[in-house]
Design a protein around this ligand. Structure first.
Ligand SMILES: [Zn+2]
Length: 445
């Protein structure tokens, strides 16, 4: 470790082999070694001893709607990446919709990259979008470095990002599996949604009834059938319905190439506690009942659900009306996702190592980011320093994302992020940020 520039030391370092007291050496933005706690520090290296705070790998959030350019009044790269950094997230992958243009051609990707380049406080990558009319653009986008392709099976909420019907899904999936790409899917079946009672208004129970579990279950069953037929890699976004878990378990057991994510809001909130008119809790698929939530936690524990990602999808406050039918659907939780998940996890007997697996190791793996997601030699020196037993109460005024509307307001959470490090540089500590130091990530390098 003679060439180490930086040495971090903690009594609790979360490594792939478990948590231990260790000394981590960094050179050129990479972790060069994980050594015993009392290893000698060379005179030329800067020592950062974080004491009993936990040193964990920076989180990798593969589901964020940054909306920039085009709907920058909803969110932008500057604000979203600051919120992420403040929350211990060091990599995010931006969703292809809600920005104008959406990320559905190489030209559009370049426009998005140009906007993000100087504003990224953390590393940023991009998903592409699969639309009914852009099959010819999928391979060029893959070659240009997007991490995979998102599609909807029911209306997305924005007109410029139409959903795929079953034939179009098969066509896009065949094209993507031709280059062994990844298709990530918002799985709600439009016919089941159309057949559900659409009462509108401020009652959460009415909203929940309008997005029934069988819409998710049916869409996932169809997706599994197509993936099996084409031997394609598919990923179910934001799973909410626990009724789909048996299907998912069976498909994985027979070798279908299927992965699944869920989100902090499904794990932290229940339908029973959402106040009527409180559309800051609106998202699709919806937050469901407490018994459903217990089953999602079980599925995380047994590995049926691979990972936890935020689906951070804010809008301006005026679009969050008290009518659940017309209010913008999306929950803003980027900055508090780690404490939100940790608070519930510890209550249920899970460890911080579990949380790191769900929010860093597995998400890095999903996106193929082999240089992220773990504290081990050769990986990027991305870290969060966490005080896991300290609590704080979420005050929207302290959030960095653009519109400070959040379902988490007033919640008391465990886990205070003390500092965040990106490739060996401290990018935020105690609310003080450096200038943006993020880079744009590509699947190919
Ligand atoms: Zn989303």
């Amino acid at each position: 470790m003679s060439d180490a520039e930086l040495v971090l030391r903690s009594t609790r370092v979360i490594t792939p082999e478990g948590t231990r007291a260790a000394t981590v050496t960094v050179s050129g933005g990479k972790i060069t070694a994980v050594l015993p706690y009392d290893a000698e520090v060379p005179a030329t290296a800067r020592l950062e001893d974080v004491g009993d705070h936990v040193l964990l790998p920076g989180l990798v959030d593969t589901h964020v709607h940054v909306n920039d350019p085009g709907r920058t009044e909803w969110e932008g790269f500057w604000t979203a990446t600051r919120a992420a950094a403040a929350g211990g997230i060091t990599t995010l992958i931006d969703m292809p919709l809600n920005s104008l243009p959406p990320t559905t051609t190489v030209e559009h990707l370049r426009i998005k990259q140009d906007v993000a380049r100087d504003k990224a406080h953390i590393d940023v990558g991009f998903w592409g979008g699969a639309l009914p009319d852009n099959v010819k653009d999928l391979r060029p986008l893959h070659d240009a470095g997007v991490f995979g392709f998102k599609c909807f099976l029911s209306p997305s909420g924005v007109d410029e990002f139409p959903h795929l019907d079953q034939d179009q899904l098969a066509q896009s999936m065949a094209e993507i599996s031709g280059f062994d790409g990844l298709l990530i899917v918002h799985a709600e079946d439009p016919h089941h949604l159309a057949g559900a009672p659409q009462n509108g208004g401020p009652k959460y129970a009415d909203f929940l009834a309008s997005r029934p579990r069988d819409a998710e279950d049916t869409a996932i069953a169809n997706l599994i059938a197509q993936a099996r037929r084409l031997n394609a890699r598919v990923h179910v976004l934001h799973l909410s319905s626990s009724d789909a878990l048996p299907l998912i378990r069976a498909a994985r057991a027979e070798g279908v190439r299927l992965t699944v994510e869920t989100c902090p809001h499904y794990l932290a909130f229940t339908a029973e506690e959402v106040p009527d008119g409180a559309s800051e809790f609106k998202c699709c698929p919806p937050i469901r009942e407490s018994a459903n939530q217990d089953l999602l936690w079980e599925a995380l524990a047994d590995g049926t659900i691979d990972c936890v990602v935020t689906d951070h999808s804010p809008s301006t406050a005026d679009l969050k009306t008290d009518d659940f039918a017309t209010a913008w659907g999306g929950i803003a939780g980027l900055q508090v996702s780690l404490p939100a998940v940790w608070t519930e996890a510890r209550k249920r007997g899970h460890t911080l190592e579990d949380v790191v697996r769900w929010m860093s190791a597995r998400t890095a793996e999903l996106a193929g980011l082999s240089h992220k997601g773990a504290i081990e030699a050769g990986r990027d020196a991305d870290f969060a320093v966490l005080a896991p037993d300290e609590t704080f109460t979420v005050d929207p005024a302290g959030l960095q994302h653009r519109n400070r509307v959040t379902a988490y307001a007033g919640r008391t959470l465990y886990g205070v992020v003390k500092s965040t490090w990106l490739r060996g540089e401290r990018i935020v500590a105690d609310g003080e940020f450096t200038e943006p130091k993020g880079t744009l990530l590509s699947r190919t390098h």
